[in-house]
Design a protein around this ligand. Structure first.
Ligand code: FE2
Length: 286
């Protein structure tokens, strides 16, 4: 039976049906899923119940698994590649990252030299309401920029701050940022050429403490405000309401995502894997 891909929004996203992902896929199936993932940016598998070993085995068919960073300490015991995203506390201590608040728009781990290619997130427990996740198509955001703005940003680099997570918390071992031009992190091209599709995408990472290299902080803030104002438009966005058993797989090279807050008293547990990426390559200045 051939795999069915059902488009979920004009912006991006497709649901994958008629594919058992708890077992190894054939080479043809891997190629077909990969093509659909590159075309749709986010793939949604529903009603699955994968063990951590199955989640890792499925993920590995699309790249090399990344280990959860040592400072996180929130991987599943015995599973160094599986991060727990959760608000649940046991004996007063969180079992995972991100809590129950809003997570601002971001691209996963863009503040490291080799940001992950893909992230895969599997829902084990979810609240009755809230906690929806949204993805943005950064190819479309770039394509829709005015030509003059495209010319202005070609060849520019952005510093991706590593001090603060997407819930606004300062990461362990970091100091709060006072001057964005001095923020720790890694510089990547502002316009990124996707290594597989060869399409340009705006690579914003996250807004807080971002800095366009070579500009004054005021000029950088003004340019970033203009780019973010353009990007924050529903026409570029797909919204996902989670169900237990969902597995979502997305391309970090051409999407951003954010999460709604949810009820503190509710439980939300998700397991995430990531695939090691390569160094972002920019588009040459015009
Ligand atoms: Fe994320």
């Amino acid at each position: 039976m051939s795999i069915e891909f059902i488009r979920l929004s004009p912006a991006l996203g497709a649901e994958v049906r008629d594919l058992d992902i708890s077992q190894p896929l054939s080479a043809e199936q891997v190629a077909e899923v990969r093509r659909a993932w590159l075309d749709h940016l986010v793939l949604v598998f529903r009603g699955r119940s994968l063990s951590d070993d199955q989640l890792c085995a499925f993920s590995r068919q699309f790249g090399t698994l990344d280990a959860v960073p040592a400072w996180h300490q929130y991987h599943v015991p015995g599973q160094p590649n599986v991060l727990i995203v959760s608000n649940v506390k046991e004996q007063g201590k969180p079992i995972g990252v991100l809590g129950d608040g809003e997570a601002a728009w971001h691209t996963d781990m863009s503040y490291i030299p080799l940001p992950p290619t893909a992230s895969l997130l599997h829902a084990l427990e979810i609240p009755d309401s809230g906690g929806d996740t949204y993805w943005m198509n950064m190819y479309a955001v770039y394509e829709a920029l005015p030509a003059a703005l495209k010319r202005r940003i070609a060849g520019l680099a952005l510093n991706h701050d590593s001090s603060t997570d997407s819930s606004g918390e300062v990461r362990p071992g970091h100091k709060p940022v006072v001057d964005a031009s001095q923020a720790p992190g890694v510089k990547h091209p502002l316009v990124r050429l996707h290594p597989e599709t060869k399409r340009p995408a705006l690579y914003l990472g996250r807004r807080l403490h971002a800095y366009v290299v070579g500009l004054s902080v005021a000029e950088s803030e003004a340019l970033l405000d203009e780019l973010w104002k353009h990007a924050l438009d529903d026409r570029f966005v797909f919204r996902h309401r989670w169900q237990v058993g969902d597995l979502l797989m997305w391309d970090n090279r051409c999407t951003m995502h954010r999460r709604d807050p949810f009820d503190k008293a509710a439980r939300r547990i998700m397991h995430r894997t990531e695939l090691i990426g390569d160094a972002p390559v920019g588009v040459a200045a015009a």
